[in-house]
Design a protein around this ligand. Structure first.
Ligand SMILES: Cc1ncc(COP(=O)(O)O)c(C=O)c1O
Length: 259
């Protein structure tokens, strides 16, 4: 069995995610109005005819766009009918449009086979939220993770907007890399000597990594390096924020689509 398969078959105990949250992250609660909307949607789905006054959904009669055609580069046309356009124009669940989330879950399962999705009763479960782009997801995540005294480890050459965002909330700790990923010995040294070197600073909470198509250098991590760094992060209780913005960018290969 290769190293990745052995890892996927191991049963690590999940980290205590709540302990990583910032003060703001701990305060966040599901918005009440969204809960009301979800109950209304469930009633409508169950065939009940309701006029929902409480959840603040605008009346579709007032939406200015009724339907749309998008002409795609492959020559096909994507048509949104009136019903689909009404859904697109209205408020929806906070975590994203449910059919899209279901499709994305299938994609995750097919592409990565995470044990949280493939093994029944996995203790961690698997959650997925749709954001308005990769950077919006990162921004929300950093907001929920970092207070002023907190830090995140970033490669010394990395997507500059992430550095600015991390510095806005806390601080960035640089780590060296070669063309296979972050250097294992450097990360081990950083984490194991942190309490002696910085006794007044909390240990870094996370490692941010662009493992495919690094911005700005364009390199890909090797699988072996990913396994080494994953094991180190587990040992030192470090979260991994993997930014896969370029994961699906391929040259000369056609990928299977998810059914
Ligand atoms: C590594 C990386 N992540 C995220 C982004 C931003 O992605 P989005 O446009 O989806 O917010 C970029 C854009 O340059 C990027 O290079």
């Amino acid at each position: 069995m290769d190293r990745k398969a052995a890892l996927l078959n191991s049963e690590p105990s999940p980290p205590e995610y709540e302990t990583f949250l910032s003060h703001a992250g701990k305060q966040l609660e599901a918005e009440e109005i969204r809960q009301v909307q979800e109950k209304d949607a469930a009633r409508t789905a169950a065939g009940k005819s309701i006029i929902a006054m409480s959840s603040g959904l605008p009346n579709a009669q007032g939406f200015p766009i009724i339907e749309a055609d998008f002409r795609l580069r492959d020559g096909s046309v994507l048509h949104l009918d009136e019903e689909q356009m009404n859904i697109a124009s209205n408020y929806g669940p906070t975590a994203g449009y449910v059919p899209l989330r279901e499709w994305l879950l299938k994609l995750q399962k097919q592409e990565h086979q995470p044990p949280q999705l493939t093994r029944p009763n996995h203790p961690e479960g698997f959650k997925l939220a749709v954001t308005a782009g990769a950077f919006d997801g990162l921004r929300s995540f950093i907001y929920c993770l970092m207070d002023k005294e907190d830090s995140i480890i970033l490669e010394d050459e990395v997507y500059c907007s992430v550095t600015s965002m991390v510095k806005l909330h806390g601080s960035a700790v640089p780590i060296s890399h070669d063309d296979k990923g972050v250097l294992v010995d450097d990360l081990e040294e950083l984490m194991s000597t942190w309490p002696q070197k910085y006794p007044d600073r909390p240990r870094p909470k996370a490692l941010y990594a662009i493992t495919a198509g690094n911005n700005p250098r364009g390199y890909n991590w090797t699988e072996d390096r990913m396994v080494d760094i994953y094991l180190l992060c587990r040992k030192h209780n470090l979260l991994i924020i993997e930014d896969g913005a370029y994961y699906f960018m391929q040259f000369g290969q056609v990928r299977n689509t998810v059914k």
